[in-house]
Design a protein around this ligand. Structure first.
Ligand SMILES: [Fe+2]
Length: 287
C-alpha cells in the first residue's frame, strides 16, 4: 500500500488533543459552565483530590466538523467532553485496520466513554483537568472513582490511540532524539517492537500496551488492564506519560482478526504516526 492521499473533498478535521495534556478540555460546546463553577468548591472539598486547577478555562474553539463517514455523530453536548472526529477517514488505515472496526470503535465505543465521562464529571469544575483527575484517581471516593477511572481512562486512551496512528506511509519517521532514546533505553527499534508486542500479547483480557516516558525521563514498555492509563498514580504498576499505545480490547480487532491478536498487533506497528509520537516524546522528556 502506498502513501495515503486525502480525497479532494475531504477536510482534515482539527483534533482536540487537550486530553493528551494537563490542561482542561479546550473547547466551549454549550455546557453550563456557570453550573460547573458554582459546584467546584463542594466537589473539591468532598473529594479532597484536587488541590489546584489544571490550567486555563476552556477557550472558544468551535467543535470541528465530523470526519466523513466516521461512524457515529458526537454525543450531545451534555458536558465538557465531546467525541472528536477521527483525524483521518475510517477507511484510511486499511488494509491493516478495517473501516467497519474503526466506525464502531470510534463512533460507538469511544463515544460511550465520552458520554459516561460527562455524567461522571457533571458537577466538577471545568477548571479541573481530566488529566489531573486521572493522575490522582486513587484519592477519589470509591463511588466516583470507578466511573472516572473507566470512562476518563477510556477517553484519554482512545484520543491518544487515534492520534498516534496514521495511514500507512504517512506517519513519517521518529525524531533523532526519539531514535536515540529507543536505542539507549530499549535496545533499538527491533527490541522496541518485540517488547511492546510481548506486552500486548501478555495482557490478559482487555487492556493496553504502552510506550511511556517514566518520571526519570526514560522510555519504558508497560501494559495496563481495562482502561487504566499509565498516568494513574497509585493504580498502575509503572507510572509514566504514554506516547504510544496499542488497544488490545477485542473491540479493536475482532471483526477482522477474530482471535488473532498477534496479527492485529503486527498491523498496528505498521501504522505508527512517528511525527506525533516524536512530538509527545519531546514534550514528556522536557517535563
Ligand atoms: Fe478501544
Amino acid at each position: 500500500m502506498g502513501g495515503y492521499a486525502e480525497p479532494m473533498n475531504y477536510t482534515r478535521p482539527a483534533m482536540d488533543t487537550s486530553t493528551l495534556h494537563d490542561g482542561p478540555p479546550d473547547r466551549s460546546n454549550g455546557f453550563d459552565r456557570r453550573r460547573f463553577l458554582l459546584s467546584t468548591a463542594a466537589l473539591v472539598a468532598a473529594s479532597g483530590a484536587i488541590s489546584q486547577a489544571g490550567g486555563q478555562a476552556p477557550g472558544g474553539q468551535a467543535p470541528a466538523a465530523p470526519a466523513t463517514g466516521s461512524g457515529g455523530a458526537a454525543p450531545a453536548a451534555d458536558g465538557p467532553f465531546t467525541l472528536d472526529p477521527l483525524p483521518y477517514p475510517p477507511e484510511a488505515l486499511e488494509p491493516f485496520i478495517d473501516a467497519e472496526t474503526m466506525k464502531i470503535h470510534h463512533g460507538k465505543h469511544h463515544a460511550a466513554y465520552v458520554k459516561n465521562l460527562n455524567a461522571a464529571m457533571k458537577d466538577m469544575s471545568p477548571l479541573v483537568s481530566l488529566r489531573m483527575v486521572l493522575k490522582r484517581i486513587d484519592q477519589f471516593p470509591a463511588d466516583r472513582r470507578t466511573a472516572l477511572r473507566n470512562n476518563g481512562g477510556g477517553h484519554v486512551n482512545h484520543t491518544l490511540f487515534w492520534n498516534v496512528l496514521a495511514p500507512k506511509g504517512s506517519g513519517g519517521e521518529p525524531s533523532k532524539e526519539l531514535v536515540t532514546a529507543i536505542e539507549s533505553d530499549l535496545g533499538g527499534m527491533t527490541k522496541f517492537q518485540e517488547a511492546i508486542s510481548a506486552k500486548a500479547m501478555g495482557q490478559f483480557g482487555s487492556g493496553w500496551a504502552w510506550l511511556i516516558v517514566t518520571p526519570e525521563r526514560k522510555l519504558a514498555i508497560t501494559s495496563t488492564p481495562n482502561q487504566d492509563s499509565p498516568i494513574m498514580q497509585g493504580v498502575v504498576e509503572q507510572v509514566g506519560t504514554p506516547i504510544f499505545g496499542i488497544d488490545v480490547w477485542e473491540h479493536a480487532y475482532y471483526l477482522k482478526y477474530q482471535n488473532k491478536r498477534a496479527d492485529y498487533v503486527k498491523a498496528v506497528l505498521e501504522l505508527i504516526n512517528w511525527k506525533t509520537v516524536s512530538g509527545l516524546y519531546a514534550g514528556a522528556a522536557a517535563g
